[in-house]
Design a binder for this molecule. Structure first.
Ligand SMILES: [Zn+2]
Length: 65
């Protein structure tokens, strides 16, 4: 059985850059002893446009190797 897992990336809708981040909360995990990603928010920021933007989800081609 081959499980094809969809891989995606997120790009800035204005300039197409992947230098984008979004607001999120990190929660301290005592067992892992590290910050883990908690809730994510819709506020996204493009570091190329240096401003708020919206993200476009783009499906990546499956890795062949
Ligand atoms: Zn941008």
């Amino acid at each position: 059985m081959t499980e094809t897992r969809k891989r995606v990336t997120y790009l800035c809708e204005r300039c197409g850059s992947d230098l984008v981040t979004l607001d999120a909360w990190a929660e301290w995990n005592v067992d892992q002893q590290e910050w883990v990603l908690g809730t994510t928010y819709d506020h996204t920021f493009c570091h190329k446009c240096e401003g708020e933007t919206h993200l476009v989800e783009v499906e990546l081609a499956a890795a062949s190797s």
